[in-house]
Design a protein around this ligand. Structure first.
Ligand SMILES: [Ca+2]
Ligand SMILES: [Ca+2]
Ligand SMILES: [Ca+2]
Ligand SMILES: [Ca+2]
Length: 407
């Protein structure tokens, strides 16, 4: 018990100030400056499920209070959660953690995880991963969150509730028997291959939930694109009503994905957050390099006696996976003495910024500046290349520019 003298010390500390009127006369105490700003948990829990789900709450502390906690003049707040059955009034108490999941927690009765699931330590967002096994029966439960500055760090829920400084928030949740949705397979055959530039099409999945007729209990159907056990990207399917879900795709679907087999893995979740067994189909997907055309550049450029002359060159770039797949367009320069020049600065842009006229129109542009100190006159070969997000490089498109001294 240390708290009682703290206000006294602070009062003594401020009484020595000359301009004590400017100092907030009320001492920092555990009574002030702490409130629960969020308290989140799923409201539907599947009876008997051992899948862990997060309970998260955030405290808002005044700067004074944060400082006092940092200086250890006040204890770091504890967050306890009490789950009470409305059937029989039985309770279960859990403690949320602000430990960045660093601590190995003792697993209480098999329903809280050994790691809290907290993301950032010490940020006053507290988390615990809990499964449904806290519930001994189906029914409604009231969840009370209690935040308190517990001097000893070991007080029970009732001990802390009795503190005048404690803050509470409540939520309710339901525990019910539930079965996950079932993916009954594609509504029409899925393709084996998606060649570059493939025709627009719709992928259809039939999804049902054993608990509710007509698919209404299905909340979402997700397509994960998986390669080498890594999910590259996810797409959300559209509910067409009944058991039918679909995803419209066009040739830009393969943007950013290199050619090869891809596992199309569909998963459905119901309103309890329970997921189906995935339905997997391997599909070969093709991504081809960009194509360059219509290189526009001056035939001849002139080195002036003084200063420099500016010129513009451009090239049109297309990609069967769409303009969004093109990531860079660049050029190399072969000079009259057959030396090849490459530079990170030899790039074209399609950003609408001068000298490029229009952003995103597929015409990529660069300026070149010819200065008076050039003496290596003759033929320069500029070769343009485009690369896509999958790393495919186009064939080079060359154009010759002759450099001459200005008459
Ligand atoms: Ca945290
Ligand atoms: Ca269900
Ligand atoms: Ca491409
Ligand atoms: Ca452009």
């Amino acid at each position: 018990m240390r708290l009682w003298w703290l206000p006294l010390i602070l009062l003594l500390g401020t009484s020595g100030c000359d301009n004590s009127e400017d100092v907030n006369p009320s001492p920092v105490s555990s009574l002030e400056g702490m409130q629960i700003s969020s308290f989140d948990l799923p409201d539907l829990w599947v009876y008997g499920s051992s899948s862990f789900r997060k309970i998260t709450a955030t405290l808002e502390l005044s700067e004074e209070l944060k400082d006092a906690v940092l200086e250890q003049t006040l204890p770091r707040p504890r967050l306890l959660v009490q789950v009470e059955s409305l059937n029989d009034g039985s309770t279960t108490t859990l403690e949320l953690q602000d430990d960045g999941s660093a601590a190995n927690l003792s697993i209480s009765a098999g329903f809280s995880d050994s790691l809290s699931g907290d993301l950032i330590p010490g940020d006053y967002t507290y988390t615990l991963r809990v499964n449904s096994l806290f519930a001994t029966e189906e029914g409604e439960y009231t969840v009370t969150l209690l935040a308190a500055q517990d001097e000893e760090g070991t007080g029970s829920f009732d001990d802390l509730l009795a503190l005048a400084s404690s803050e509470t928030a409540t939520r309710s949740l339901s525990v019910a028997i539930n079965r996950p949705p079932v993916l009954d397979g594609p509504g029409s055959s899925l393709p084996d291959s998606l060649y570059a530039g493939f025709a627009s099409q719709t992928l259809t999945l039939i999804v049902s939930d054993p608990d509710v007729e007509g698919g209404d209990a299905v909340e979402s159907v997700i397509l994960n694109l998986i390669r080498n056990e890594t999910t590259l990207r996810s797409h959300i399917l559209t509910d067409l009503g009944g058991d039918v879900w679909n995803l419209a795709i066009d040739s830009s679907f393969a943007a950013g994905i290199s050619t090869g087999d891809l596992v199309f893995s569909f998963t459905a979740s119901d309103r309890f957050g329970e997921s189906s067994t995935p339905f997997d189909s391997t599909i070969w997907v093709e991504n081809t390099a960009p194509t360059l055309s219509n290189a526009v550049a001056p035939d001849t450029v002139y080195a002036p006696a003084n200063g420099s002359h500016d010129y513009v060159m451009s090239v049109d770039v297309t990609d069967l996976q769409g303009a969004g797949d093109v990531v860079t367009v660049f050029y190399t320069v072969l000079d009259p003495s057959d030396t090849l020049w490459e530079s990170p600065g030899f790039i074209l842009a399609d950003n609408g910024i001068d000298p490029d006229d229009v952003a995103g129109d597929g015409t990529w542009t660069a300026g070149i500046s010819v200065s008076s100190d050039v003496s290596n006159f003759g033929e320069y070969t500029f070769t343009f290349y485009g690369e896509d997000r999958a790393g495919n490089r186009s064939d080079g498109l060359a154009t010759i520019i002759v450099m001459e001294p200005e008459e």
